[in-house]
Design a protein around this ligand. Structure first.
Ligand SMILES: [Zn+2]
Length: 309
C-alpha cells in the first residue's frame, strides 16, 4: 500500500476506496455542481448512498452529475439508486450508451456473468478525446479499450491524476476476453497501456484498490501480464472464469457446491467458454474452478458450500 501525501489530491477531490465487488467512487466537488464518478455494485447501493451523504461526501448538498468510466455492474450498480435519490443526469462513454439503451446483458456482462444491475437512464454520452470540467478541474476523456472495449479513463494534466477504471490497477487490470471471443480485446489492452505510458501521470485512482503512485512499475506489470495472456488463450479463459466466479461468490456470499455443475451450465460465460476452450463435463469445470479459488486462498469449502475465505 502507498502512503499518499495529503496534498496529492486537490481538496475538492475525494476517493471512496471500496472493494472488489464495488468499484471506487470519486467525488469532485464544485459550486458549479458536484460530480460523482462510478457508483459501485447494486447490492452495496445503500452503503454508496450513505458514503455520499456523509461528512466526506456531499452532506446535504445536491449531486449534479453521475459519470461512469464504463458500464460493468461494479461501476454502474448504484446508478439507479443515485438517480432516484439525487435526480441527477447520468453520462456514460459514448460506445457504451447503445448497449445500456438496449440493456444488452451479454455485451455488458450482466446476466451473462450472473451479475445483477438495476436499469438506469442515460442522459449524456461522453465521446473520447473530449474535455470536461468537473470539480473545477479539467479532465480529458480518453478511450481505454481492452477489459471493456468502450471504456474511458479521465486524465487531469495539471495535477497528473489518472482515473483509470479497470484499464489499469496497481497489480494488473480487469479481465480481458480471449481472442477467440473478441480478437480486438487483447491488442486493445496493449495499446491502452502504451497510450497511458505516454501520459505524465503522478497518481492513479484505480477502479479497485487504493490510489497509487508507482505508475511506471504498474504499467510494467500490466505489460508482463498482457505478454503472458498473448502466449496462452487458455490462461485468459481460465482467469476470466475464475474472477467471475469469485465476483459471484462475493455477491451471493455462498454457492452450493452440489449446485456448481448446473451453475456453470446455466450461466453464459462458463457455458460458452467451456464449449470453446475446455469441452469438459460441467462437473469437471466446476471442480477445477472451485479448486482454483480454494488453492488461491480466496474461498473455502464448508458444509457443502463454497464461501469467501
Ligand atoms: Zn470492469
Amino acid at each position: 500500500m502507498n502512503l499518499l501525501p495529503a496534498d496529492l489530491f486537490p481538496p475538492q477531490l475525494h476517493v471512496f476506496v471500496r472493494d472488489w465487488l464495488s468499484a471506487n467512487n470519486i467525488l469532485l466537488k464544485s459550486r458549479d455542481g458536484n460530480v460523482l464518478i462510478d457508483s459501485g455494485y447494486g447490492r452495496h447501493a445503500p452503503l454508496t448512498l450513505a458514503l455520499l451523504a456523509g461528512a466526506r461526501g456531499l452532506g446535504t448538498a445536491p449531486l449534479g452529475f453521475l459519470v461512469n468510466t464504463h458500464c460493468h455492474s461494479d461501476h454502474v450498480g448504484g446508478n439507479a439508486a443515485i438517480v432516484e435519490r439525487y435526480g441527477c443526469p447520468v453520462a456514460v462513454p459514448a460506445a457504451e450508451a447503445p448497449l445500456v439503451e438496449r440493456w444488452d446483458g451479454r455485451a455488458l456482462l450482466y446476466d451473462y456473468c450472473d451479475q445483477q444491475v438495476e436499469r438506469f437512464p442515460v442522459d449524456h454520452v461522453l465521446p473520447p478525446n473530449t474535455t470536461h470540467v468537473w470539480g473545477d478541474l479539467e479532465w480529458q476523456a480518453l478511450a481505454a479499450p481492452g477489459h471493456d472495449m468502450g471504456a474511458l479513463v479521465f486524465y487531469n494534466a495539471e495535477h497528473r491524476i489518472l482515473i483509470s477504471g479497470d484499464a489499469l490497477w496497481e497489480h494488473g487490470f480487469g479481465f480481458v476476453m480471449p481472442p477467440e471471443i473478441d480478437p480486438a480485446a487483447l491488442p486493445a489492452t496493449r495499446a491502452t497501456i502504451e497510450m497511458l505510458s505516454r501520459l505524465d501521470i503522478g497518481v492513479v485512482i484505480p477502479g479497485h484498490g487504493e490510489p497509487f503512485t508507482g505508475v511506471a512499475a504498474a504499467l510494467d506489470r500490466a505489460r508482463k501480464r498482457i505478454g503472458a495472456f498473448e502466449a496462452d488463450s487458455l490462461r485468459i479463459a481460465r482467469h476470466a472464469l475464475k474472477v467471475n466466479l469469485m465476483f459471484a461468490l462475493l455477491d451471493k456470499q455462498r454457492l452450493s457446491l452440489a449446485g456448481m455443475p448446473a451453475y456453470v451450465e446455466r450461466i453464459g460465460i462458463y457455458r460458452d467458454f467451456n464449449a470453446l476452450f475446455f469441452r469438459w463435463p460441467p462437473a469437471k469445470l466446476a471442480t477445477l474452478l472451485v479448486d482454483a479459488l480454494v488453492d488461491a486462498g480466496a474461498a473455502k469449502r464448508e458444509d457443502g458450500w463454497l464461501i469467501p475465505a
